[in-house]
Design a protein around this ligand. Sequence first.
Ligand code: AMP
Ligand code: MG
Length: 314
Amino acid sequence: MSVHAANAETISAAAQILRGGGLVAFPTETVYGLGGDATNGKAVAAIFAAKGRPTFNPLIVHVADVAWMSDLAVTDTRFENLAAAFWPGPLTLVLPRSAACKASELVSAGLASIAVRMPDHPVAQKLLRATDRPLAAPSANPSGRVSPTRAAHVAEGLGDKVNMIIDGGACRVGLESTVVDLTTARATLLRPGVITAEEIEAVIGTVGTGADDPSAPKSPGQLASHYAPSVPVRLEAQAAQPGEALLGFGMSMGATLNLSAKGDLLEAAANLFAMLRELDNAARFKAIAVAPIPHAGIGLAINDRLQRAAAAKG
Ligand code: AMP
Ligand code: MG
């Protein structure tokens, strides 16, 4: 790990690291982000591994320009009006993933939606443009610790788990972005922030909080989960039974698909949701058997999601 003052040279070096699948912590106006190429599943998996998150939560994808949305999400008039009013700035909008969405399914934790924001910090803007890829970037702190608002906080918390830290001084806002869900007919505030519900309502009309709608998630934490296949999932399987697909890991004989033939947990995480979906969609299987995945490192988050998927169908 190395901390570098932000300048043209260090930003260019950081962009090279990101394009190669590495991780770079960088300043935004809210907090420091732990950035990785959102289109590279292994880079996204490396973000979860570096943070030590015991589960996969969907991450916010950062863009430099509204034009980048066409590779990511389905937008509507509410989006256009909110982006015109508040972007760049600390407002994250959750939208349906587009059919041709280039972001890894892992950034959405398997959900059909994607959260996007355009940061207004000049260093974040320059880094996004130099990288020329959307960047997944949760707060650059170990899971369960407070969000970093200075480069030194990142160095303390993540140390050598990140390839480079760009120092752009203290963050202006110091609070996470407001998150608004636009995937439903009525917009919902998922996380309050410096841009208030009233300011958003002035642009798009009534915004729900989720509290008045029993079917709506009440907090992002509750909402985070819940991709589960429509067919039963059986864990720690040594082989497929008749009618089952086998999702393998490592040297799995007869695997229908293999999360990582070489037993690489980052590769397995990157493939997890896309492969579950592919097996779920293949009409010829009545269940999915999953080979044992090591319960260590990012394997903990993989097993967490598999256990939820298995529990969902009893
Ligand atoms: P963080 O990146 O740690 O600041 O947190 C991201 C926030 O955005 C969390 O509150 C997530 O639950 C929320 N979020 C990200 N992606 C989605 C999504 N696809 N649907 C709903 N909420 C999301
Ligand atoms: Mg955080």
